[in-house]
Design a protein around this ligand. Structure first.
Ligand SMILES: Nc1nc2c(ncn2[C@@H]2O[C@H](COP(=O)(O)OP(=O)(O)OP(=O)(O)O)[C@@H](O)[C@H]2O)c(=O)[nH]1
Length: 171
């Protein structure tokens, strides 16, 4: 069995910092772990990148070729990743032994979790590949003082669609 930890949370909440600290900690205590970059927009890393979505697809290429903005291009990249679960992802996972620990540094855009099932399917795929999966959700602790100011409350409408409530509407 392999072990996987998905690190998620809003942009700038400290996901990459957490991954890099965890990597350093594991090095110090003599444990092996590998950090995977799942953010096609990431450019600078403070940890050795073991597996990198940018080897599969580049955000810049998508923006240029498909004339998309950064958010649309990110969505495209992640759906491309989903389409590649049984080839690129599986081939990359083959490089890791049964008892290896993988940490996935994920993109922060909330749409990837609310609008499309990409990350959910990614987790399901890891589980099918015999990975024991957990998720770490990071949040700036200062935001805890005022929940309504940052939590977008998803409300089901009568027709089954959902809307997001912002601070103003919550107030
Ligand atoms: N004060 C403080 N700053 C932090 C902490 N963790 C991260 N930072 C800083 O916050 C900024 C963003 O950190 P990142 O690790 O890049 O955050 P991220 O969630 O990976 O960001 P995205 O990749 O843009 O989604 C950096 O300048 C970090 O140095 C923390 O625990 N405390």
């Amino acid at each position: 069995m392999g072990y996987a930890q998905l690190v998620i949370g809003p942009a700038g909440s400290g996901k990459s910092t957490y991954c890099s600290s965890l990597y350093e900690h594991c090095e110090t205590i003599g444990r092996t772990m590998h950090v995977v970059n799942l953010d096609p927009a990431a450019e600078i890393f403070n940890y050795p990148v073991a597996m990198d979505i940018r080897e599969l697809i580049s955000l810049e290429d998508v923006m240029e070729d498909l004339k998309l903005g950064p958010n649309g291009a990110l969505m495209y990249c992640m759906e491309y990743l989903e389409d590649s679960l049984h080839d690129w992802v599986d081939e990359e996972l083959e490089n890791y032994r049964d008892d290896d620990y993988l940490i996935f540094d994920c993109p922060g855009q909330i749409e990837l979790f609310t609008h499309v099932p990409v990350l959910k399917n990614f987790v399901e795929h890891l589980k099918q590949k015999n990975f024991n999966v957990c998720v770490v959700y990071l949040l700036d602790s200062q935001l805890l003082e005022s929940g309504a100011s940052h939590i977008a409350s998803r409300v089901k409408q009568k027709d089954g669609s959902s809307i997001c409530k912002t601070k103003q509407s919550l107030d």
